[in-house]
Write a protein that binds this ligand. Structure first.
Ligand code: ZN
Ligand code: ZN
Length: 437
């Protein structure tokens, strides 16, 4: 018997006991305590078996099996590897709760006894280490805990619960592939979509929320600048693309500082610049790679147009033999947390966890394809669950040192309190949205 099967069996036995016994709210600390050991066991199992984006077969099977045992109707292979579980419980709203399934090509260096030792081959065929360095294993365990509590307390809510396990969040593409595969047409279309993310800037026990834009629009841009190569001692016979590239990099910085309003966040980073092979040879071309971030669609449009304009104009100013090649790729859209729904969620969290445990957080410039669920026309909210050991958090604040961020080889959540809060928070929010009339 596989370890995850044992974990599922254990928590089923435990959840039955809970249902037959005390009459408590499913989101109460006592209810969560009753299933926490089983969810921790699931967490450890998932943590030790991370899988890369669109290769989450074992993970998806574990999630599908767990939901089936709780009485959900389960579909697999949605958007390649995705899982959709539906639990109908009378007339009422339809609410979707999303978790991600994938891990990252990172070598875990947390020193934990249960640290990932996994290596695999990526899509390019190279051998890479794999770890849940973003905490998606924690999201899955909380999601299964919430599913367990809600499935055992069907007398306390009405409506339809849709739980989805999304592949490939890290490479961005899993959400859109599930939607393209009929997430909103083959299954009950949700009235609300909820997700959590663990947070490396908050202590365990606290939760955070961001109304409106919370994650950025992201675009990758490749610029190839053409010159005319030759001898480094005879620049007069060449057009030096390295000098044109240097001027282009500096001019690009004026887009954010001079063309975008100071209150409208935007980033243009030239993360890679390659040209030439040797001290005394002027090359024929230089290649730049940029990441471009924004929140508003009109700002994104302006940034991309300005990059192209400046790249072309600098090449022309430098006498380039032909215009640069400017290529746009890897687009993902900003997450917009529906402000009304966010306020409702925050009010539930304050009531459940206490005012001092719920904080408003500034938006981030990272990407998150949770945006797709909202863009498809459904009010959606992602909120954040503190994952840092509270003592370590205080010590880091006092000494001014930085804690490992998400995606770091050193990052791992403080499992028990993070999972406890995540399940309490998720269950409370779902119960409110699925309130009995
Ligand atoms: Zn991530
Ligand atoms: Zn993540």
């Amino acid at each position: 018997m596989k370890a995850w099967m044992i974990a599922i069996l254990l928590w089923l036995i435990c959840a039955r006991g809970f249902a037959a016994g005390v009459d408590k709210s499913p989101s109460s600390t006592e209810s969560v305590d009753a299933i926490l050991p089983q969810m921790e066991a699931l967490y450890i199992d998932l943590h030790q078996h991370p899988e890369l984006s669109f290769h989450e077969q074992r993970t998806a099977a574990a999630m599908a099996d767990g939901l089936r045992k709780l009485g959900f109707d389960v579909a697999t292979g949605v958007g390649k590897v995705g899982v959709v579980g539906v639990l109908k419980n009378g007339a009422g709203p339809t609410v979707m709760l999303r978790t991600e399934l994938d891990a990252l090509p990172v070598k875990e260096q947390t020193g934990l006894a249960y640290a990932s030792q996994v290596t695999t081959h990526n899509d390019a065929g190279a051998e890479v280490p794999v770890a849940h360095a973003c905490g998606h294993d924690l999201h899955m365990s909380a999601w299964m805990g919430t599913a367990t509590l809600l499935s055992q307390a069907r007398d306390q809510w009405r409506g339809t619960l849709v739980l989805i396990g999304q592949p490939a969040e890290e490479t961005v593409g899993g959400a859109s592939s599930m939607i393209a595969d009929g997430l909103y047409t083959r299954f009950p279309k949700p009235d609300y979509v909820i997700a959590i993310h663990d947070e490396s800037e908050l202590p365990a026990g606290k939760v955070g929320y961001t109304p409106g834009y919370s994650h950025a629009n992201v675009n990758s841009v490749d610029i190839t600048i053409y010159g005319k190569g030759g001898h480094g001692a005879m620049p007069q016979t060449t057009v030096d693309p390295i000098v044109i590239a240097a001027r282009t990099v500096l001019a690009l910085q004026t887009i954010v500082s001079r063309e975008v309003g100071p209150g409208d966040p935007a980033v243009i980073t030239v993360g890679s610049i390659h040209g030439g092979t040797k001290h005394n040879i002027i090359p024929d071309s230089v290649h730049l790679q940029l990441t471009v971030r924004s929140y508003k669609p009109e700002t994104r449009k302006h940034l991309l147009a300005a990059i192209e304009r400046i790249a072309k104009a600098e090449s022309e100013a430098g006498g380039a033999p032909k215009p640069p090649l400017v290529e746009f790729s890897d687009a993902s859209d900003s997450v917009y947390n529906d402000p009304k729904l966010t306020e409702r969620v925050a009010a539930v969290l304050r009531k459940r966890l206490g005012n001092d445990k719920v904080v408003e957080m500034p938006p981030k410039m990272v990407a998150e394809d949770f945006s797709e669920y909202g863009r498809a026309g459904v009010p959606s909210v992602m909120f954040f669950v503190g994952a840092v050991n509270p003592a370590k958090y205080e010590a880091a604040r006092a000494s001014g040192t930085r804690l490992p961020s998400l995606h770091s080889s050193q990052f791992a959540p403080d499992v028990r309190p993070t999972l406890q809060t995540a399940i309490e928070a998720e269950t409370a929010v779902m119960l409110d949205l699925l309130r009995k009339p």
